[in-house]
Design a protein around this ligand. Sequence first.
Ligand SMILES: [Zn+2]
Length: 440
Amino acid sequence: MCRQIDQAIACRGLLHHRVGHGWTSKAMGIPYACAPAKMAPSKEQRLLLAQVNGVRDFWEEIPSNTNLCYSNPMAQCAFIKGVTEYAANHPEVDYLHVWLADEYNNVCECHSCRSTSLTDQYISLLNEIDSALVQSGISTHIVLLLYQELLWPPVRQKLVHPERFTLMFAPISRTFNRSYSCRGPIPNLMPYRRNQIVLPHTLEENIAFLEAWKAGYDTDSFVYDYPLGRAHYGDLGYHHIARIISSDIKELSSLKLNGYISCQELRAALPNAFPNYVMGRTLWNKNLSFEILEEEYYSALYGSDWSTVKEYLLKLSSLTSCDYFNGIGPRYNPEQAARYKEVEFLSGEFHLYIKQRLDTAEPFRKIFFSLLDYHTEYCILITKALEAQAAGRVSEVPELWNTFMNFIRMHEPEFQPYLDVYRVLEVGTKYTGFSLDIER
Ligand SMILES: [Zn+2]
C-alpha cells in the first residue's frame, strides 16, 4: 500500500512527508516502532538509553517511546546515521520528519544530559544531520518537532542552516472546546523542569510556545493538530468539532502557519464524516463558509430531512464535551452529568424518528440513516457511563462502560469503516477514566 501511495503522491506532485517517531529505536538497533520489546535491552543497548530514576531501560517496554542518552557519542552517531542513511536511500521523500521518543517526562537524567536541555541536544543532532546531508549533496527537508519537552525552545544551540528545516507545532494537549480564533492574551512560557513537565491545555499556553520558537526562527512552519485524533469522541454530534476545524484552519495565517497535518483516526465517521469534509474543503479554500458546507453536506446525506438531523446533532454537540472525554478537567462534574442525561433522553426520542425514516429513505441514503440509527444507541450507552462518572456514582461506572464496550464490539463487523472501536475504547480508558475490562 505504501508503494501505491508513493506513486499517487508523485503523480500529483504533492509534497511527500514521511516518518516521525522511531529514530530512537532504530538507533538501538530495533527496526520496528510502537510495539513492546521482545526482550530486555542488551548490555550494549542499555548504554545508549536515557537514564530515568537511576535506570537505563525501555520506557514502559516500548523502544520507540524510549529516549536516548543524547550526550553519549555512540547514541548520537547511531541516531544521526539512521536519519542520514534513510534520507540517502529515499530521495522520493521531500520532508523527512525527525522526532525523538514519544511520551514525556522520560528524558535522560545523567550528569552530562542534565547540564543542557533536551531541545539543545535535539538542535545539535539536527545540525549534525544537516552537515552530513550537505556533504552528501542531499537536499531533503527536515521537519523539526515542537512537542512535549521540545515545546521549550533551545537555550544555547541554534540551527546552522534554518532553511533546511520546517517547524511542526504539535499541541497534542490543547483544548478542543475552543478554536485558535478565541485566544486571549498570550502568557509567558511556563518554566521547564526536567521530567516534571505538565502539558499545556489552554490555547494561550500552547501558542506561547509557538511564538517563542517563532521569535528565533521565522521559518516555514505548520501545525500538526488533533481534532480527529481523540477529542472528536467527546463531541457526540460531530458539529462542534467540525466548526472548530473550520475556524482553526481560517486562523492559520494569523499564527504564521503555512499548513495543517491532521493526526487522526482514519475511520472517523460516526454519525457522519462532516468534520473530515469540512477539513478537506476548508484546507483547499479557507474562504468557504462553514454554513454553506453544512447545508451542502447535510442535504446531500439526508435529503429533505437534513435540517431536522442537523438540529439534533447540533444539540448533541452543545451538550457534550471534547475536553471531558479527553481527560481535561475534573472527572466529577455534576453540570456535565446533567447534560449527558439530556443526551440520553434526546437520543431515545430521535431513535424513533430515525426508525421511521430508515424505512422510507431512498436506497442510496439508507447507509446514512442506518449510521444515525446506530449512533443513537451508541449515544445512549456511552452517555449512561459518562453521566454516572461525572455525577460521582463511581460504583455504577464499570458495568455501564462494559455494556457500551460490548455493544460496539458486537457491532464492529457492520460499522467497521465508520468507527474505530479500538481507538474509542483506548481513549476512554487512557484519558476519560474508564477501565478496560471488569471481572464478569
Ligand atoms: Zn544522558
